[in-house]
Design a binder for this molecule. Sequence first.
Ligand code: NAD
Length: 258
Amino acid sequence: MGKLEGRVVIVTGAARGQGEQEARLFVAEGARVVVADVLDGQGEALAKELGALYVHLDVREEAEWQAAVAAAEKAYGRVDGLVNNAGILRFNTLLDTHLDEFMQVVEVNQVGCFLGIKAVAARMADGGTIVNTASYTGVTGMAAVGAYAASKHAILGLTRVAALELAARNIRVNAMCPGAIDTAMSNPAHLDPTGAADTEEAARALDRFYRKLVPLGRIGRPEEVARLALFLTGDDSSYITGQPFVIDGGWLAGVNVV
Ligand code: NAD
């Protein structure tokens, strides 16, 4: 028996990166997964490979959320879980951040998460789970990512309030706070379709950077975040709700001065 046997889970931003690994692991653990993204080609290919359902879902659009939940119910009869994983990052100091850019980040990361909780919890079976993807920058500051950090702090607020409001239906709501994870977001080499940017030298430079920054001495792997998402979606976390879970190789523990 898998840890998610028979459960129906929607994962947003699942065409690549952490969402892709969450979809892969959840299917391996017996879940019926709805792969949701705006990257239709990649998302459809992944869903086909996994025997999952793909839906086009721009998390900023309330009507698309309704359609995604309806598609999940039509295919699988119900929804038991949601991983709000879709997100974007922009680098700029606050003084150089245009309002448009700030709002873009808030709309995807924060509004998308709110709309997901609203659309899915309304239709979810009692005993369901919601896992929101916040960030290391949801619990501490980081220069040059002000819009992103603000949106990720907000996700923790949404998580706590949703946990309180949904507890009577035994719907548990938790958040993951990943540090640096080796996906396109932290390592643009993954975006090079030729693979030419993914050189050994580039990997060594990345390694040197994270060896200094992160106590465990390396960038995290999306598969490691997927295992946390599995824990928070499955019964192993049955008495846990409303909590942020930092997964960062020790980065938040403090600075090393020796
Ligand atoms: P990624 O860029 O590979 O994946 C993000 C996914 O979200 C992509 O598939 C993208 O198409 C999708 N997406 C973007 N805008 C969308 C929208 N409007 N509607 C639906 N889907 C949309 O990066 P990732 O690392 O896999 O990111 C996953 C989550 O983890 C994000 O919420 C991100 O903020 C968070 N996170 C990442 C890191 C990291 O270091 N990679 C660290 C902390 C938190």
